[in-house]
Design a protein around this ligand. Structure first.
Ligand SMILES: C[S@@+](CC[C@H](N)C(=O)[O-])C[C@H]1O[C@@H](n2cnc3c(N)ncnc32)[C@H](O)[C@@H]1O
Length: 356
């Protein structure tokens, strides 16, 4: 057991890295799965993220736990892409790979590559299946060049019988922290950073679109191998919200209009009357507020990313408005259903608006 592995197992329950299906992984992955593990919009985000974070010209890329698609943007123009996975048919069909290797990382976490041989190591929607993450992350640190990027991307779907218990017992935010711990436990990485994209609309032609579900969330934790050239440019995250956000002046003008219209200044959709929960912990003296419940509101959509970057992973905010004080507040949410139970009908006679 490596030192890194020890630090996880001593601080976690004995079965943290056990799985419901403890049989050989080769059995489970013998079946071909030419499926998309995320919806099309989330896959677009994955591709954009890889494109934004990989700076190296003609990088050598290692795709760990790979299948038939490595999600590399065409502009990446990699010099060499090597895939490591469990299903040979899937790997053979992956047009982005120059070379592949069927190799069980839970049996043998050693990566059969020389030290400092890759610029980028990817692990997409698969870190939850690693039973020896400390050893694998140590190996990734070894095969990466100094300053090279280890990018671990995940969502909230998995094969539960093959995911480790620690993962299944964690909330989405805790999983981000768990992966950050994997990086920190290995001395070879810089401080990990986090990316979150959540709450984007699901494509209309998606098989689950009718259920009103948002696109699959995309989380990523990434870090560079220590020892990169000093003064090299920082890897900049893409914005999770690509729509137009109003300028500060425009926003101020729209906020004035909200007095009269009760429309959200960010998206223009009429806000809904919301009953403030009266609990001993509630500080609001107002009985009602107005909240924007538009799931496509830029304020909400951008919040998943901006709050996530501040360490509040899994949170965003809806715009809340108190007419009596003409005051705007962020109403924190962890999902699109939060706060909806408090929506109430408008009174017949509007009494709370300020006279215009
Ligand atoms: C959900 S799929 C993701 C595939 C791919 N990374 C993608 O983005 O579509 C999980 C992948 O993890 C790989 N995998 C699972 N257990 C593994 C193990 N013990 N060693 C190596 N790869 C493994 C499987 O081959 C499978 O392709």
């Amino acid at each position: 057991m490596s030192n890194a592995e020890e630090s996880f197992t001593t601080s976690l329950a004995d079965d943290a890295f056990a799985r419901e299906d403890e049989r050989d992984d080769a059995l489970f992955y013998a079946r071909d799965r030419f499926v998309a593990h995320l919806d099309a919009r989330a896959l677009e985000t994955v591709e954009q993220l890889i494109g934004a974070l990989v700076h190296e010209p003609a990088p050598a890329v290692l795709d760990l736990m790979a299948s038939w698609d490595s999600h590399l943007p065409p502009a990446l123009d990699a010099a060499r892409v090597v895939g490591v996975g469990m299903n040979e048919n899937e790997l053979r069909q992956n047009a982005q790979l120059d070379r592949y290797l069927v190799h069980d990382l839970n049996r043998d976490p050693h990566l059969p590559f020389p030290d400092a041989s890759f610029d980028v190591v990817l692990n997409t929607v698969s870190v939850d299946y690693l039973t020896r993450p400390g050893e694998v992350f140590t190996e990734v640190g070894r095969v990466l060049k100094p300053g090279g990027l280890h990018l671990v991307i995940f969502s909230n779907r998995c094969f539960p019988e093959k995911a480790v218990r620690r993962w299944l017992r964690s909330s989405e935010g805790e999983r981000v922290m768990l992966v950050e711990d994997y990086f920190r436990a290995v001395g070879s990485f810089e401080a990990p950073r986090v990316f979150v994209s959540k709450g984007l609309p699901r494509p209309e032609d998606d098989r689950y679109a009718e259920l009103g579900l948002p696109s699959d969330p995309v989380y990523a934790v990434f870090a560079e191998r220590r020892g990169g050239a000093p003064g090299r440019p920082r890897r900049e995250l893409p914005s999770t919200y690509s729509g137009q956000r109003p300028s500060a002046e425009e926003l101020a003008r729209r906020k004035e209009e909200t007095r009269r219209s009760l429309c959200c200044p960010h998206c223009g959709v009429r806000m809904l009357r919301w009953q403030v929960p009266q609990t001993p912990f509630t500080e609001w003296d107002a009985e009602f507020m107005y909240i924007c419940f538009n799931d496509d509101c830029p304020y909400l959509m951008a919040g998943w990313g901006s709050l996530g970057e501040q360490g509040n992973v899994g949170f965003s905010h809806r715009q809340m408005y108190e007419p009596r004080r003409h005051a705007f507040y962020p109403a924190l949410v962890t999902g699109l259903r939060d706060l909806r139970a408090g929506i109430v009908a408008e009174p017949a006679e509007e009494t709370e608006r300020e006279p215009s």
